[in-house]
Design a protein. Structure first.
Length: 255
């Protein structure tokens, strides 16, 4: 995690076809959004390593660049036949297939999208095989202020201004106000209604984070408003930090 807190750009970052992982040739029948496709055999594939902006659904408007991400993924799929590469965990809790998509020539579609700023890099164990190179691909877009990294396109929310409606995938900056341990995790309270749940396995490999430090974190915020924990005085919003790629110390002037 220490090296990842800098999130520097590495020009020309490439994500080669990983050795040792199962791969198969598949036919793509349709693109749902910027990070998921439907295969001809009926499987729904959620791309590993990227979270694209959400399209409009359930009364919520489309997030910035959601349509652009979907159209770019369609463009990358000039040929419907691609390589599906699966990592250690093969399905998510929705029953979708988790996988990397590569062209038959070995080009990573996730890296192509991240390099254009059409999504955020995510790294969730145990599917970490391509995490470093995908982070580098995102770093290129961030350094060039492309896509979600363009000025005022997707600014990080301040923890102090969060409301109970700020759930789902978020990018948040805040100041650590308290650090505690419990249940196999370290809990970082920020200056607002949010607490970060950091597994001991992630915390043990991280540099020291202490009250008063500014950090940036990305991930899925959930609400526990009305729960027993909140009635006992705990914060109502929780973000679980799955890996060191999700948390950093923001550099001055960085979008």
């Amino acid at each position: 995690m220490g090296a990842l807190l800098a999130l520097s750009a590495f020009p020309g970052a490439a994500c080669p076809l990983p050795e040792g992982l199962e791969r198969e040739s598949v036919q793509v029948a349709g693109v749902h959004d910027g990070d998921s496709v439907r295969l001809a055999d009926g499987r729904r594939v959620r791309l590993i390593g990227i979270n694209a902006p959400e399209l409009a659904r359930e009364g919520r408007p489309a997030e910035p660049l959601a349509k652009a991400a979907r159209e770019e993924l369609k463009k990358q799929l000039v040929e419907s036949e691609v390589l599906l590469v699966q990592d250690q965990e093969r399905h998510d809790h929705y029953g979708r297939t988790l996988g990397h998509l590569f062209t038959l020539e070995g080009k990573s579609l996730e890296a192509a999208l991240l390099r254009q700023g059409l999504g955020f890099h995510i790294a969730i164990p145990p599917n970490m095989t391509l995490a470093s190179c995908l982070s580098e691909a995102e770093g290129e877009a961030r350094a060039a202020s492309l896509g979600v990294w363009a000025e005022n396109q997707w600014p990080a929310l301040e923890a102090s201004g969060l409301t109970l409606q700020d759930t789902g995938f978020q990018r948040i900056r805040g100041t650590i106000t308290d650090v505690s341990r419990g249940g196999g995790s370290v809990w970082l309270e920020l200056d607002g209604p949010l607490v970060l749940k950091v597994p001991d396995s992630v915390w043990s490999s991280s540099p020291v984070l202490a009250p008063g430090q500014r950090i940036e974190v990305r991930g899925w915020v959930t609400s526990r408003a009305g729960s027993r924990a909140v009635r006992r005085g705990f914060k109502p919003l929780v973000l679980s930090v799955p890996s060191g790629f999700a948390i950093e110390r923001p550099a001055a002037g960085r979008p």
